[in-house]
Design a protein around this ligand. Sequence first.
Ligand SMILES: Cc1ncc(COP(=O)(O)O)c(C=O)c1O
Length: 329
Amino acid sequence: MTSKSNSKLIGGEQEFAPLDLYFGTTNSGRSSLRWILESMRLKGKRILIPDYLCQAVVDVLEAYNIEVSFYTVLSDLSFDLSILSADVDALYVVRYFGYSTAALQAVLARSRLPLIIDDVFEIQPPGISSEVHWCYFNSLRKISAVADYSQVISNRPLSIISKLYLNDFTCAKYLAKARKYDFLQRGLGREVDYLDQFVYAEQILDTEQGIFEASAKSCYVANLFFQKLSEETAIRKANLELAKSLLERKLYIDIKPAFPSFLPLWCKRRDVVRKLLMEKDIFLAIHWPTLQVARNNLSDHVLSLPLDSRYNSQDIERVCNLLRSFAHE
Ligand SMILES: Cc1ncc(COP(=O)(O)O)c(C=O)c1O
């Protein structure tokens, strides 16, 4: 009993342990990143970034006149910063596929540089014990049916900004999702209609430079997603373990995330394998192709196998069996 009386206090408002953190939401990872750069006052400063990253991030950094220098991400998604002597104002780290490598854990525990933590495919931040100024963001829109939602968390206050809504993007994206639903679940419409609509929606986001709020609809859809989180997590974990058990070790990068979204596959001739899979109606994404300004071997070899609850064990088996048969391509 920790209250002063001997009997348990019942009733009244619910208590809540202080979190000592600061929170924000936006419509996308890039909106969150812009807000973070403003909050950390990094405009025109120098940031050390990984050479395995999405171009959208580099574009945002460029728009803020940030001078970037690159560090190398190794084939197991770890990195070694000990030999780098770059004089920078902040370090940008990515928790690739939601997996905290030992290298990432060490940075989160001991970094002496302010940190931007890009957790694009996760839902909860990792443990961060370094006391430097850090800002974390994810992008729920990348790993769920939610069209526009990203969480920002920081150990210092976020700058006060007025956020706008990007309604055209939200509407265009949910229309694309509805068309895909109709095509897949009801046999209505044509594939090209939803594909074109997805491209159109993303173009709206790509041409904007602002910091936008998550839509009310996406907050609701995010709620639905979190209501089923334990079932979703269990399916994803089972799919991850199944895929790993079916594939030779050299065909994937061994990740152990708490909330899996994709298994990074390693293909000797990735583009050939991807094309062969397409012929079987399997469309696997390439996350982080080669950047305009830096190269990494991973960008040429990794394909992402989705693990979410749209897919059951037969689906995972079908893809893995094909991957095995294409392994020598
Ligand atoms: C590693 C990484 N960070 C950030 C982003 C930006 O997220 P969003 O597309 O939601 O702006 C992406 C986009 O794919 C990404 O892959």
